[in-house]
Design a binder for this molecule. Structure first.
Ligand code: HMG
Ligand code: MG
Length: 298
């Protein structure tokens, strides 16, 4: 049986907008966050405190965090790759920070400029400081199915990274298919590997839709009892260090599927579609959400 209730984390403002060619003004990002929280999202991944030389789109991190009118019951998360990022992030009072590693060595090098082992050494003091400050710590694991540089990634690699994350005190773990090459059985194996170290209630799925498999993969994870997912409004996104990667699965599409299955999300689909239309209009291109396209065409 499937979970009766699912929590979606909209990562559009971060994962979605980090890859845009044209700079997106902070005010537009803030408006997007406001629209998402008004649509019923209870967790939003707002930005990242990474090097502005690596990801210029997130250079306005503090400005965006400061301008959000926080809604009670909504959690605001940010990415922090190292202590420098954490120290800057904490001034913005995030509810949650995200350390992000990769199951493949090559992706770790390309994305955060260090090996998997080194990344864990960098994360450890971040996790310690966050937990001491009462900030919830999530870990994200990229390339848990496939890597743009190494090809297929074995579940053992996922179990290895999940174990390291657990070992440094990460409280929740995201299983990401960064380049969207996963299919349901492979995704299930990556999640099973993660479950060697984390409870099902502390695991989320993060599926990119590059190959059109993200809803199938979500359904496979639901069947395992995974009830938390990262999704991106309008299907925004891609990763600057994963060429050809398209966005996360569109939040609208996942909400439509879940509601159709009788699973509660607390999200108002119409308001969510409006939020997606707002950002798509700003970016000057059509939404990537099939559901939004269908609804708006009516
Ligand atoms: P590095 O060059 O190895 O870092 O980069 P460093 O410690 O040697 O420092 C070099 C320079 O960067 C110094 O500045 C530091 O001060 C500065 P300089 O002296 O040259 O002027 N610096 C920073 N500045 C601001 N904030 C910081 C910071 N750290 C150092 N936190 C680093 C290492 C991790 C910083 C770099 O590789 C980086 O920023 N990478 C960006 C990674 C990124 O944001 N990737 C996209 C997000 S991951 C993703 O999308 C996947 C995910 O969605 C899941 C999935 O789908 O798979 C999560
Ligand atoms: Mg991602």
């Amino acid at each position: 049986s499937y979970p009766q209730r699912v929590k979606l984390v909209d990562v559009g403002p971060r994962d979605g907008l980090q890859n845009e060619k044209q700079p997106v003004p902070a005010a537009v990002k803030v408006e997007l966050v406001h629209r998402l929280q008004n649509a019923g999202l209870t967790e939003i991944e707002v930005t990242s405190f990474v090097s502005p030389k690596w990801v210029p789109q997130m250079a306005d991190n503090a400005e965006v965090m400061a301008a959000i009118a926080r809604k009670p019951g909504v959690r605001y998360s940010v990415l922090t790759p190292n202590l420098k990022g954490y120290e800057a992030a904490v001034l913005s009072r995030p509810d949650e920070i995200v350390v992000f590693g990769a199951a493949s060595e090559a992706f770790s090098q390309k994305n955060i400029n260090c090996s998997i082992a080194e990344s864990i050494e960098r994360f450890a003091p971040v996790v310690e400081a966050a937990r001491a400050a009462g900030i919830y710590v999530r870990g994200a694991m990229s390339c848990t199915v496939g890597c743009p540089y190494e090809g297929e990634v074995a579940p053992e690699r996922v179990a290895y990274l999940a174990g390291l994350m657990r070992g440094i005190g990460v409280q929740h773990i995201g299983v990401a298919d960064t380049i969207g090459v996963g299919t349901p059985v492979k995704v299930r194996k990556a999640i099973e590997a993660t479950l060697q170290h984390f409870d099902i209630n502390d695991v989320s799925g993060h599926f990119h839709d590059t190959y059109g498999q993200a809803l199938s993969n979500t359904l496979a994870a639901l069947a395992m009892g995974v009830w938390q997912y990262d999704t991106s409004v309008a299907g925004l996104g891609g990763c600057p260090y994963a060429k050809g990667a398209t966005g996360n699965v569109a939040t609208e599409d996942v909400v439509y599927m879940l509601h159709g299955m009788g699973i509660d999300t607390g999200i108002d689909l119409d308001q969510l579609i409006d939020a997606g239309a707002f950002i798509s209009e700003h970016l000057g291109r059509p939404t990537q959400s099939r559901v939004a396209k269908a609804v708006l065409a009516k």
